[in-house]
Design a protein around this ligand. Structure first.
Ligand code: CP
Length: 304
């Protein structure tokens, strides 16, 4: 593997290696300590992040790597330096890998096209968030044994969600056939690709094994497009009453950050059906697997 840019570019062997390795690391994380000692990761995040950036840093440090974090607000980007020049400057410092987050769809892939180091997509615009999809798949496999055969309801601002896009691609490849989408028309994908679009949360969650709640991506909306939070919760929020329509074994997922009382009732975030903190824990293992596959493919079961 040279880069991790999206789910579609992973062949079957690479995808299986990543999922198997992440699951194995989750079982015995200490077994992988220092496996990439002496290697160097740069986190180039041009959009805010808590989970993904900290998770890449934690993953890299658990593997013995050194990490340098780029802080956009304190960088020469504020003096007008372009993303390409910023990337080339950091690449000249010879990191082994650069994890990039950017607000523009395709920005990370365009950097990777001429990169001489490994590039990892840590989220680009509304397009892709491949490491989130990997950690979500690992989490579902831990809980249910397999992704195939599960019914999934995705509720919220799906149109602007790179998480939803990457998850749907990955879960479909893993054999999931029942995926329902629910949200106001302006928040549903322009092309739902044959997935079932529902007019209410009740309809979407009925009988579902997994309910994935998404926040309103306010940073991608104009001033006049911003929904009111209270109204949103009333129309599209997940409540205990609505969740009661799901399958008895139903779990709740959310990529974070969560807006309690907007897309989900606060008690459900902390409740026994919530996988939200488990998703975060698995994020470290999934990103350790990505770094190992990119930087030590042979050890990860892939040829370098
Ligand atoms: N899930 C996710 O990408 O969260 P952050 O924006 O905090 O990284």
């Amino acid at each position: 593997m040279q880069h991790l840019l999206d789910i579609a570019s992973l062949d079957k062997t690479q995808l299986q290696a990543l999922l198997d390795l992440a699951a194995e690391i989750a079982r015995q994380p200490r077994g992988y300590a220092d496996r990439l000692r002496g290697r160097f990761l740069v986190n180039l995040f041009m959009e805010p992040s808590t989970r993904t950036r900290m998770s890449f840093e934690t993953a890299a440090k658990r593997l013995g790597m050194q990490v340098v974090n780029f802080h956009a607000d304190a960088s020469s980007a504020v003096k007008g330096e372009t993303l390409k020049d910023t990337f080339q400057t950091l690449q000249a410092m010879q990191p082994d890998a650069i994890a990039v987050r950017h607000s523009r769809d395709g920005a990370v892939a365009s950097l990777a096209a001429t990169a001489t180091t490994h590039v990892i997509n840590a989220g680009d615009g509304c397009a892709q968030h491949p490491t989130q999809a990997l950690l979500d798949a690992v989490t579902l496999q831990q809980v249910f044994g397999a992704v195939a055969g599960l019914s999934l309801a995705i509720v919220g601002d799906i149109r602007h969600s790179r998480v939803a896009r990457s998850d749907v691609e990955l879960f479909t490849r893993l054999g999931m056939t029942d995926i329902r989408l629910a949200g106001p028309p302006a928040m549903l994908p322009v092309d739902a690709g044959g997935l079932r679009c529902c007019g209410s949360v009740d309809e979407a969650v009925a009988g579902a094994n997994v309910v994935m709640m998404l926040r309103i991506q306010r940073e991608r909306l104009g001033e006049s497009e911003q929904p009111d939070g209270e109204r949103w919760f009333s129309d599209w929020g997940l409540t205990s009453e609505r969740l009661a329509r799901a399958a008895p074994d139903c779990v709740i997922m959310h990529p974070g950050p969560v807006n309690r009382g907007v897309e989900i009732e606060s008690e459900l975030v902390d409740g026994s059906q919530s996988l939200i903190t488990r998703q975060v824990a698995n994020g470290v293992y999934a990103r350790m697997a990505v770094l190992l596959c990119l930087l030590d493919g042979a050890a990860a079961g892939l040829s370098d």
